[in-house]
Design a protein around this ligand. Structure first.
Ligand code: IPM
Ligand code: MG
Length: 370
């Protein structure tokens, strides 16, 4: 047993040192790139697995329609990125193969279909790897149901918390397993700043800080404190502490939930609660998701690769709505607001009606072309 303890302690020391280096890197981060003022925007398109290539193809067709002029003049470039498939990842034994990551890094923004995550084993989810490698620290997920007075925007911390060492836990066979959760000061401040900036720029007057600081006293306790510190720079915006369990309940309480506007949450609570919120909007297939960093941004469907749809021959009927909503968020991020509005308008008026992905895209394209 002692030898297990020794190796676990050594493992832990290495993890701690690596995390302190990450803190150092965040403290010395290069100034953020201005995505609204790039002379040429390179959009990388990653198809993903399962239904990914189907919804990605149709979303790309819609984008090609919207961006026709800029694609022709070269101020926007659409670049297909190959090789982020479960087959290639397993063959190379890498969550994101090196050559794929290199290609990804030549882009400014990415539009990504769902990628499969092998259960168990040691291979990390491609999402988690990309978020870390590109330092995409904010997962922004809007949920809106106007007729019910719901207009929520979630700012989920996307690079640390329970995820950063999620594949690096400790195991003493026959006795115990242990995972780690990490909250850093710069990592928390930057997500809090993004949430409060968003609130200020969009006329919101309350940010809910979601933790279990009553239980996870160190990590969540510090997360909440740092959010309150950041909040001091935003007079007029209330910072309210909410525990993750009760907020989960209140999102389905029609009398209370319309009070919520902006949320800031550690990674895992953000993962769980944004699925709940998306379901309230009509299902995870309806919500887009933005992964934002200072140098890169990745926009993706909130749902998985739905391998069962492919196995049962229903792949053509995959609904591209979530990826299309992600594309609209991407267009806003690169300041193509009128194009994003045109896409949202088409999505709001053209019913999906259980159509094939291609049939739905055809009708959207028709609506956009007027
Ligand atoms: C999400 C997904 C991912 C996550 C998975 C695919 C790794 O559930 O984007 O919410 O847990 O973050
Ligand atoms: Mg999730």
């Amino acid at each position: 047993m002692n030898s297990y303890v020794d190796s676990a302690v050594n493992h832990y020391r290495a993890l701690l040192e690596a995390q302190l280096e990450r803190v150092e890197r965040m403290n010395n981060a290069a100034p953020a790139k201005d995505f609204t003022a790039l002379p040429v925007v390179t959009i990388g398109v990653i198809d993903g697995d399962g239904i990914g290539p189907i919804i990605s193809r149709q979303t790309t067709r819609v984008l090609e329609t919207l961006l026709k002029d800029e694609l022709a003049s070269g101020t926007i470039v659409l670049k297909q990125i190959e090789g982020l498939t479960i087959e290639n990842r397993l063959a190379k034994g890498e969550a994101v193969p090196k050559d794929v990551l290199e290609e990804v890094k030549t882009c400014d923004v990415l539009l990504k279909g769902p990628t499969e995550t092998p259960k168990g084993g040691t291979m990390e989810s491609a999402n988690v790897t990309l978020r870390r490698e590109l330092d995409l620290y904010a997962n922004v997920r809007p949920v809106s149901v106007p007729e019910k007075g719901i207009d929520w925007t979630f700012f989920r911390e996307n690079t640390e918390g329970e995820y950063v060492l999620g594949s690096k836990g400790i195991e003493i066979p026959g006795a115990l397993t242990m995972d780690f959760k990490v909250t850093t000061e710069p990592g928390t401040r930057r997500i809090a700043r993004m949430a409060f900036n968003y609130a200020r720029n969009n006329g919101k007057d309350m940010v809910a800080i979601v933790t279990k600081a009553n239980i996870m006293k160190k990590t969540d306790g510090r997360f909440s404190e740092l959010c309150h510190e950041v909040a001091e720079g935003y007079p007029g915006i209330a910072a309210e502490d909410w525990y993750a369990d009760i907020v989960t309940a209140k999102l389905v309480d029609e009398r209370v939930r319309t009070r919520f506007q902006v949320f800031v949450l550690p990674n895992l609570y953000g993962d769980i609660i944004t699925d709940e919120a998306a379901q309230i909007q009509g299902g995870v297939g309806t919500a887009g998701s933005a992964n934002l960093g200072d140098q890169y941004a990745m926009f993706e469907a909130i749902h998985g690769s739905a391998p069962r749809m492919i196995e049962t021959g229903r792949g053509d009927y995959a609904n591209p709505s979530s990826l299309l909503r992600a594309a609209s968020m991407m267009l806003r991020h690169i300041a193509r607001y009128d194009k994003a509005d045109a896409l949202d308008r088409a999505m709001d008026t053209v019913p999906h009606d259980g159509d094939t992905a291609k049939g739905f895209a055809d009708r959207l394209i028709k609506a956009i072309e007027g």
